[in-house]
Ligand binder design. Structure first.
Ligand SMILES: Cc1cc2nc3c(=O)[nH]c(=O)nc-3n(C[C@H](O)[C@H](O)[C@H](O)COP(=O)(O)OP(=O)(O)OC[C@H]3O[C@@H](n4cnc5c(N)ncnc54)[C@H](O)[C@@H]3O)c2cc1C
Length: 496
């Protein structure tokens, strides 16, 4: 009986100690993962939460800016998928998404001298390529880069009777378009840096892959995440926990100190302490700073994953015009996939317009009949970011008039909104992708996600952000899931 009492008392003490323990959390970064972590913690009774954000705004790679008669997204633009996508699932009961029908709309090919290739054969071969791209999503073969695997399968298609007499020029140009699109999708700078095997281990939400936020922008979701919407009386007031302009320069932790606090030092000389710190800066930022951001420095598989996983580059800009001069005879505008003839490519480089080589395509924008969107991928994104807006306007005018002479004279846009992610000190890239280095070094997003625990098994340093999600890395919904996961790791410690 006495023994039983002691056991019950000690169990009570452990739980009571845990419940009354100092439970403070610092979240570094106010992107989706940081906000998701804050929401889950608040809903589980945590009150001492600070979100330190280096920028003078919240949202990170969710960046909806006022443009035309609504908002356009300089960061994440589409909700990719419906079933299994936490963003769609949380939002769709309250919000009617739009859709960009990329998957069903034929690409519209044009050469850089303004001539139109025979669309049918281009579209047909491009469709074959896209089927291969989708089939590679499900490949488990080790040690074969995406591009090599693609070419093995593409060459097999070209050897069939349908294509054996095809003009090699058609193959050359269609292949160039497919490479650009793969780079655009993964944000990778080379398709041979992408690992199909690692990619296969990731998942894809089902349903429409291009749900849009119509004129309201991706910021709409943050209102649901923070519970400002649909019922403002349930607002969790997460914004009030954010301290802007707080660039974190060092995080000091001690695994051997059972009761220890983690100290977070900022560039402005201030410092904060907490029992748990959730780290969410982008993989691009971690690659550049992980050796000095943590004391002691990160090591082992976590450091190898930071080095190994890929970070790519995407850019885009929106142009507002008085009239949609790109629409011809009331036909739907299918966008332009521009194919460079070698001489024009050399001329663009010689004329200092080389950033134009990074253009993947030019599209109309769903819900905005007055906008054109230019989408870029790869290394040229950096050149684009370093080109001033006047020159960007002059160069894109040149591009449109060359590839689509029917648009001549292209009017001056009334306004331009443009991205800067690759050269932005707090992002240093667009999003992460499955790389050959990850496959070769046998590391995965889960290695970056693993919390650092102290001798008391307390998770003192936790990692969230899209590049830590094992199901949907790179995506906005992966970022949300990662924030929920990191918060749950803290919550479960106190429930154990
Ligand atoms: C151009 C582009 C297009 C995209 N399109 C889509 C899309 O259509 N659909 C989709 O699902 N996803 C898309 N994504 C990906 C999506 O935006 C991201 O996966 C997601 O927003 C990442 O959220 P996060 O919380 O992981 O990181 P972030 O949003 O990067 O948040 C991290 C935060 O940490 C802050 N920070 C960094 N360093 C420090 C420091 N030292 N101290 C303090 N704070 C710091 C940053 O300022 C930032 O606010 C796109 C991304 C880009 C760039």
């Amino acid at each position: 009986m006495w023994n039983c009492f002691i056991i019950v008392l000690s169990l009570f003490c452990i739980t009571a100690h845990s419940q009354t323990e100092d439970k403070s959390v610092i979240i570094i970064g106010s992107g989706l993962s940081g906000y998701a972590a804050a929401r889950r913690l608040i809903e589980n009774g945590f009150t001492d939460i600070k979100i330190l954000e280096a920028l003078d705004r919240t949202g990170g790679r969710i960046y909806s800016v006022p443009f035309s008669d609504g908002f356009v997204d300089l960061g994440a633009q589409w909700c990719h998928g419906q079933t299994g996508n936490i963003i769609y699932e949380m939002t769709s009961p309250h919000f009617a998404f739009g859709s960009t029908p990329f998957e069903t709309v034929d690409p519209y090919f044009r050469f850089s001298d303004g001539s139109l290739p025979e669309q049918d054969i281009y579209v047909k071969l491009y469709g074959e390529g896209y089927k291969i791209i989708h089939s590679i999503d499900r490949v488990t073969t080790p040690n074969v880069p995406f591009g090599d695997l693609f070419m093995q399968k593409f060459n097999a298609v070209l050897a069939t009777t349908t294509y054996q007499n095809i003009n090699p020029e058609v193959v050359k140009y269609v292949k160039a378009e497919l490479v650009k699109n793969v780079m655009g999708f993964f944000g990778a700078n080379s398709w041979n840096d992408i690992s199909p095997k690692v990619n296969n281990e990731e998942e894809k939400a089902g349903g429409d892959q291009h749900c849009t936020w119509k004129k309201q922008g991706f910021q709409t979701f943050i209102n649901y995440l923070t519970k400002k919407s649909p019922n403002p009386s349930e607002n969790l007031n997460i914004d009030a926990k954010v301290i802007l302009n707080k660039k974190v320069t060092n995080i000091q932790y001690n695994k051997d100190d059972a009761a220890g606090q983690v100290t977070v030092n900022c560039a402005d000389g201030t410092s904060y302490t907490a029992t748990h710190v959730i780290v969410t800066p982008s993989l691009g930022y971690l690659k550049a700073h992980y050796k000095t951001l943590f004391t002691p420095a990160l090591s082992g598989p976590k450091a190898v994953e930071i080095e190994s996983r890929g970070v790519g580059n995407l850019g885009k800009f929106f142009m507002k015009f008085a009239t949609p001069f790109w629409v011809l005879d009331n036909e739907p505008f299918l966008g332009i996939e521009g194919m460079w003839l070698d001489a024009d490519k050399q001329a663009a480089i010689a004329d200092g317009r080389e950033w134009l080589l990074g253009i993947v395509a030019v599209y109309g924008v769903e819900s905005f009949p007055d906008l054109l969107e230019v989408f870029l991928a790869g290394d040229y994104v950096g050149t684009f970011e370093n080109t001033d807006t006047e020159k960007v306007i002059a160069d894109i005018t040149w591009w449109l008039e060359k590839f689509a002479p029917y648009m001549k004279p292209v009017p001056r846009p009334l306004a331009v909104a443009r991205t800067k992610w690759m050269t932005h000190e707090f992002f240093l890239g667009s999003y992460s992708y499955p790389s050959m280095a990850e496959e070769q070094n046998n590391v995965r997003t889960s290695d970056l996600a693993a919390p650092i625990i102290n001798i008391d098994e307390k998770p003192i340093l936790l990692f969230a952000g899209e590049a830590t999600d094992s199901k949907f890395p790179s995506m906005a919904h992966g970022a949300v899931n990662s924030g929920f996961r990191a918060a749950t790791e803290i919550i479960e410690y106190y429930q154990a």
